[in-house]
Ligand binder design. Structure first.
Ligand code: G3I
Length: 454
């Protein structure tokens, strides 16, 4: 184990670490169990349900990532051209952040759910309006979004592998990369994803077409960090046998893969087994960094008649919940510390590592910096014996301050900031790791975290 750790930590300095480890302990909620391998477990949230106490109770207990189901879409955030409306999206973002959950942004550019004024536009005027929308919304939420679905559903279904026809597509093939570049400029700390459905089966023309676009973007330095597979499954569109292959092949392009809108119609054991397959496929792929289900209770689903979610209409855990939790607890590849591989940042990610001694713990940081800000991902590793709780101290240079954090409790936001484990990530078996992160303004260069166990 020790030799394996040393080699992993050395590799981590190149940003290409691959650490295989089994989970140390069984979590009791979806978010906690996913966090044990460095992943998140999220759900879509509707702002008008935040007054439903059963809904909010499950949300706060089980999930550590949130996607606004409709509230960040173009028709919601820019109902009139140039007039932005964030009240409902803010309710979701504020609730999530207040609970220490992160937020996936959905979505900046899409052919659907466009406001009337945009539906009627074309050509240069539309291209400029789309880019302005991307810039305005990503700037407004700068520092608060873990990953943006920058572009959603831009490819056609069927066997052509072509782009979907839309007013955005008719502005020119390069509309997608233009959107990604605008998003990167507006929020350099957010991971930028391409998100689509019917991209789960590796043999499908649509999957292949998205793969070729992502490959092309990586080769040409277009800023892209992740691919979202929506993964809406039912009897017409079942979980494909090659699902893990698809996840792995996208990951091999050098992007993270996220399951972004999971739901599986069905009931009982069959549904539970399908959820288990999907979760295990993600856990087997090191760069599959998290799973989001598209709603909490069956009655919250856009496909409610198919009862596709993990909780029934009364909020009870279904068999699919149990199989999902068990699969998350069964262990899997651990997400590596350095996952940001963009070639466009002024400063690329840098990783400092130390090797754990006997007992105690160590902390290493992967820093993704740009002019005026940074995202720090801190990996906490137990030494040669198990620990039950940890405190990490980071000494931020003068002028730097923390704006946002996840997977740890914080005291202070500048100078010597102390980070304490939260309920689900304090217990680490010998040699195993967990991660927390924070975002800030200023420069965090030279950040060297220290770790104390207990
Ligand atoms: O809020 C209005 C309500 O006031 C009105 O009375 C009612 C009448 O139809 O409509 C309500 O709005 C609906 C909205 O959901 C909120 O419930 C819209 O009509 C309806 O079109 C909208 O559907 C959403 C759908 O996207 C639209 O494309 C679903 O909630 C949402 O789950 C779904 O999410 C999409 C992802 O964004 C992208 N991937 C596919 C996924 C499922 O379709």
């Amino acid at each position: 184990m020790r030799a394996a750790l040393v080699s992993t930590l050395v590799t981590a300095t190149t940003g290409a670490a691959v650490l295989l480890a089994t989970s140390a302990s069984a979590g009791t909620t979806l978010g906690a169990s996913a966090a044990e391998s460095g992943r998140y477990f999220g759900t879509a949230v509707a702002a008008n349900k935040l007054s439903d106490s059963t809904y909010v109770g499950i949300l706060n207990r089980e999930f550590n990532m949130v996607t606004a189901e409709n509230e960040m879409k173009i028709d919601a955030t820019e109902p009139q051209q140039g007039q932005f409306s964030y009240a409902n999206a803010d309710r979701i973002v504020n609730h999530a952040r207040g609970q220490g959950m992160r937020v996936r942004g959905h979505t900046l550019a899409w052919h659907s759910q466009q406001p009337g004024w945009m539906q009627n536009m074309s050509g240069t005027a539309l291209r400029n309006a789309m880019l302005n929308h991307v810039t305005q919304v990503a700037t407004y939420y700068r520092g608060k979004i873990y990953a943006w679905d920058v572009v959603n559903e831009a490819f056609a279904d069927g066997s052509t592998g072509a782009r979907r026809d839309s007013n955005l597509q008719r502005t020119g093939d390069d509309w997608i990369e233009a959107a990604f570049r605008a998003a990167r400029a507006a929020d350099p700390g957010a991971k930028l994803c391409y998100n689509d459905y019917n991209t789960d089966d590796w043999t499908h023309a649509k999957t292949q077409a998205v793969y070729r676009m992502v490959q092309d973007f990586k080769q040409r330095g277009v800023p892209i960090d992740c691919v979202g597979l929506q993964s809406h499954f039912n009897s017409q569109s079942p979980v494909p046998s090659n699902y893990q292959t698809t996840l792995q092949n996208f990951a091999n392009l050098g992007v993270d893969v996220q399951i972004t809108e999971l739901d599986i119609e069905g009931s009982g054991t069959a549904q539970a087994q399908n959820y288990e397959r999907v979760v295990k496929a993600c856990l087997a792929v090191t760069r599959c960094t998290g799973i989001t289900v598209w709603g909490i209770r069956d009655t919250d689903s856009w496909r409610s008649s198919g009862t596709p979610l993990l909780f029934d209409g009364s909020g009870n855990k279904k068999a699919a919940y149990t199989s999902t939790l068990n699969a998350l607890n069964s262990g899997g590849s651990t997400v590596p510390t350095s996952t940001t591989t963009s070639t466009t940042e002024p400063t690329g990610p840098t990783t400092t590592t130390t090797i754990p001694g006997p007992g105690g713990c160590t902390a290493s940081v992967s820093l993704n910096s740009w002019n005026g800000g940074f995202v720090a991902t801190v990996k906490v590793t137990a030494g040669s014996s198990a620990i039950n709780g940890w405190t990490v101290t980071t000494n931020l240079p003068s002028g730097a301050s923390v704006t946002n954090a996840w997977n740890a409790d914080r005291s202070g936001n500048s100078g010597a900031v102390q980070w304490r484990n939260v309920s689900y990530n304090g217990r680490l078996a010998a040699g195993t790791s967990t991660e927390f992160g924070f975002q800030g303004t200023g420069s965090a260069s030279g950040l060297t975290p220290t770790c104390a166990a207990g």
